[in-house]
Design a protein around this ligand. Structure first.
Ligand code: AMP
Ligand code: ZN
Ligand code: FE
Ligand code: FE
Length: 290
């Protein structure tokens, strides 16, 4: 079945029960607590939410409780940074068991690497005469999974950048003087680990990951689904990935990738994933052998 633009517009503007399956909290680089995300999600009329912090599942139990109290369906998740063919591929794991040993081992390794990376970035900043205090970054981050958004906030607060975007433009993005690559696990390995932890693996925001020439190879690695709807996808991209997913028998996901108040207004509410897609994910997960 092909999904036409008309159908897509209906999906995107549909105010019937919907979900946001891509949210970041203060446990990684978002600015909202899981409680706040649940409350805002409820306010915006969502009926299901997933927490997908970078390299951590620490916020999942808090968010599960908050969603439960508000009558919202909750899907525990995580976003892993992986590498395939020199490309950075983000993998979303849904329904992962937050206590799974191997998954937690990987998450701890990634978190440690993130903290070391912050120190290396700060060191690089010092080398170009930007004396940012490393302690300030960790004070702002207050989590085990610090990232560039925390450094950007510290740069703004210390007057080394006039705003969040500028901090990335001047110092932090690839090709800028303080750029340091992140620890990345292989894409296939990440998918395997998500599966081992009882979860379903989704290819995150393909529209912004430069995967056009390797999409087929990636799909064959064992992804269960594609994040077709994302704040940074155009309607045409969403339609195309939806068609790819349907034609390959893959599940369809979507979310705002909200990080809270980092720059403009929070992205939550901008993507409303129709519940039939969520139900298909839940159904597939329920039928998975464990
Ligand atoms: P990290 O995981 O430390 O590499 O940081 C990645 C996060 O930084 C992303 O999830 C975005 O929220 C943010 N980010 C990356 N690039 C930019 C950019 N050019 N401008 C603003 N935010 C960015
Ligand atoms: Zn992020
Ligand atoms: Fe991502
Ligand atoms: Fe994300």
């Amino acid at each position: 079945m092909l999904v036409g633009l008309e159908q897509l517009r209906e999906d995107l503007h549909d105010l019937s029960p919907a979900a946001d399956l891509h949210l970041h909290s203060v446990y990684s680089d978002g600015t909202f607590t899981p409680d706040q995300l649940a409350a805002i999600g409820r306010e915006l009329g969502f009926v299901a939410l997933a927490l997908t912090d970078h390299d951590t599942v620490e916020g999942c139990s808090e968010m599960a409780q908050a969603c439960n109290a508000l009558g919202l369906q909750f899907i525990p998740g995580v976003e892993l940074t992986t590498e395939f063919n020199n490309r950075e591929i983000h993998v979303l794991g849904y329904f992962i068991d937050p206590t799974h040993t191997d998954l937690n081992d990987l998450l701890l390794t990634c978190q440690l690497a993130r903290r070391e990376r912050v120190k290396r970035i700060v060191h690089k900043l010092h080398q170009i005469n930007v004396p940012l205090k490393g302690e300030l970054v960790f004070e702002i981050a207050q989590c085990n999974s610090p990232g560039r958004p925390h450094i950007a906030r510290a740069l703004v607060r210390s007057g080394f950048a006039s705003n969040y975007e500028e901090a990335f433009e001047k110092y932090l993005k690839k090709g800028r003087p303080a750029w340091v690559p992140k620890l990345k696990v292989g894409t296939a390995e990440a998918i395997e680990l998500v599966h081992a932890a009882g979860g379903l693996a989704f290819l995150a925001h393909p529209g912004i990951s430069n995967v056009e020439d390797c999409l087929d190879t990636l799909i064959r690695m064992g992804f269960d689904g594609i994040e077709c709807f994302h704040s940074k996808h155009s309607p045409e991209q969403s339609e195309r990935y939806t068609q790819v997913a349907i034609s390959r028998g893959l599940l369809i996901s979507g979310g705002s990738d909200c990080h809270g108040y980092n720059k403009d207004k929070p992205l939550i509410g901008g993507v409303r994933l129709p519940m039939r897609y969520v139900n298909a994910i839940v159904h597939r997960h329920a039928g998975k052998p464990r």
